[in-house]
Write a protein that binds this ligand. Sequence first.
Ligand SMILES: [Zn+2]
Length: 315
Amino acid sequence: MRLSAAWRSAYALALSATLFATLALLPPAAAATEVRVVASFSILADMVKQVGGEHVEVTPLIGTDSDAHSYSPSPGDVRTLSQADVVVFNGLNFEGWMERLLKTSDYRGRKVVATEGIEPLEHAGHNDGHDRDSADPHAWQDMNRAKTYVANIRDGLVSADGDNVADYRANADDYLARMDEADADIRQRLEAIDEDTAVITGHASFGYFADAYGLRFLAPEGLATSSAPSAARMAELIDVIEAQNVRALFYENMASPNTIDQLAEESGLSIAGTLYADALTSEGEAASYIGMMRHNARVLHEALAGRADKGPADD
Ligand SMILES: [Zn+2]
């Protein structure tokens, strides 16, 4: 009896040493029984991490501070996707390349379209860099709509990994509660800003934010994330700023700051901070989705609240 037990534990020890040696040779993605999830961009990757916790290994195709509009899939992305169990993407044509990538990767896992069930908005502007014929894809900018994203991600993980259903549900409940809190805080901050206040950003990605929380976001043609405006276009932008009573300019984390710098110089407006639209940043408050939304609200509030009397005089 004792011998047999000792033998068994020696055998178990040998087995675990072998297993350990094997695992040490494998890349981290294959090391555990985690669900391998590919998320199309950093904001979705964070949501998956929040809901999946320790049970998921998440790889974003478009990383932090990266421009979703200029992305094109690499051979490495094809490989990553071909090994994934679940893919999460925004939908509403935000990732116009996704169907082809799924086909090229011969992907057979589960697909989660984060915006499924969301009532989309029409495109507010014509400068968003995405497919112009589809609805505005930036629905995560309204935290209430983003709760649908989280529910879809939860349901996707639940059906992909039956062993950890209770954890996914608990994580999602906790996350949704934190989103409700953040949504209320954001509302409170934005209520302190005159509703008619206009803000200039690099591309038309704040339509849902405006729909949920107020403000008018202008993303004039010529401020696209990649192009620099001509002198004539710059003069037109100055006219827009005056006609629309624009009170502040903002950088976007994935855009070149040059155009906004130039616009600030020529208009005399200040640059009030950085807003995050389509990508998280690698560290600090805006490294998570909730943090990013709180950051944007705070920066807008600091720049614009209680300053209705401080804009350019119009009398
Ligand atoms: Zn965008």
